[in-house]
Design a protein around this ligand. Structure first.
Ligand SMILES: Cc1cc2nc3c(=O)[nH]c(=O)nc-3n(C[C@H](O)[C@H](O)[C@H](O)COP(=O)(O)O)c2cc1C
Length: 200
């Protein structure tokens, strides 16, 4: 059995201590993200996933938006101090990938395929999940760490304005990525007997 792919899957973890010591050229990172998203399957090949890659000032701007936006959401200064620290850890990363679903394509397919209309949006969500995980795993294969955040919908309006995002693109996730400054701790797994059935 070939296990290279399975071994890379095990390499992919949520890395929260990210840094800027990335040696892979930006053009390669862009190609990696674009290839992983392009090759990730979607229902009816509708290709509903969109991605925006932020570096440098744009990356910083995103995490400043998050930090400012959360100020009015947290109950007190103490909690906000913790929040700011967390957001600073994402800003310390090398870049961020924003993931969107193009709702205009979802709406088109709901009309085109009425029999499955109720499934089109959940399938788009499943599709974007696959794309995110393919990017995350391809980054891990290049020794670049990442994690997945969800400050949407709080930040949607400001992100749209800041990065000129089309109206039909709905923000679904934010993936800061960078050098792995501290490896992830071992994780626990539910028992295989609770998770799998093999029948014949
Ligand atoms: C759909 C999805 C949503 C997630 N949302 C968040 C999130 O908002 N914030 C976060 O820190 N991690 C988030 N995670 C990361 C999970 O907590 C993490 O993948 C899980 O604990 C397993 O750890 P691992 O990624 O190191 O294997 C998310 C993961 C998935 C697949």
């Amino acid at each position: 059995m070939n296990t290279r792919y399975l071994d890379i899957l095990k390499e992919r973890r949520s890395i929260y201590n990210l840094g800027k010591n990335v040696t892979l050229p930006e053009s390669d990172i862009n190609q990696l993200v674009e290839t992983a998203v392009r090759e990730s399957p979607t229902s009816f090949n509708a290709q509903t996933t969109r991605a925006v890659i932020l570096y440098g000032e744009k990356h910083d701007q995103l995490w400043d938006i998050v930090a400012n936006r959360l100020k009015s959401e947290v109950p007190n200064e103490q909690v906000y101090a913790n929040t700011k620290q967390k957001v600073a850890s994402f800003k310390a990363a090398y870049g961020t990938i924003l993931y969107f679903t193009d709702l205009s394509v979802v709406a088109d397919y709901e009309k085109q395929v009425p029999l499955y209309a109720v499934n089109i949006a959940p399938w788009a969500e499943q599709g974007i999940g696959g794309a995110q995980q393919n990017v995350w795993t391809a980054l891990a294969d290049n020794h670049i760490g990442a994690n997945l955040q969800h400050y949407n919908p709080l930040i949607d309006g400001e992100v749209r304005l800041a990065f000129d995002i089309p109206m039909d693109w709905e923000l679904r996730g934010q993936m800061p990525f960078g050098s792995i400054e501290k490896a992830a701790a071992a994780k626990t797994y539910v028992a295989d007997s609770d998770r799998f059935k093999v029948l014949k």
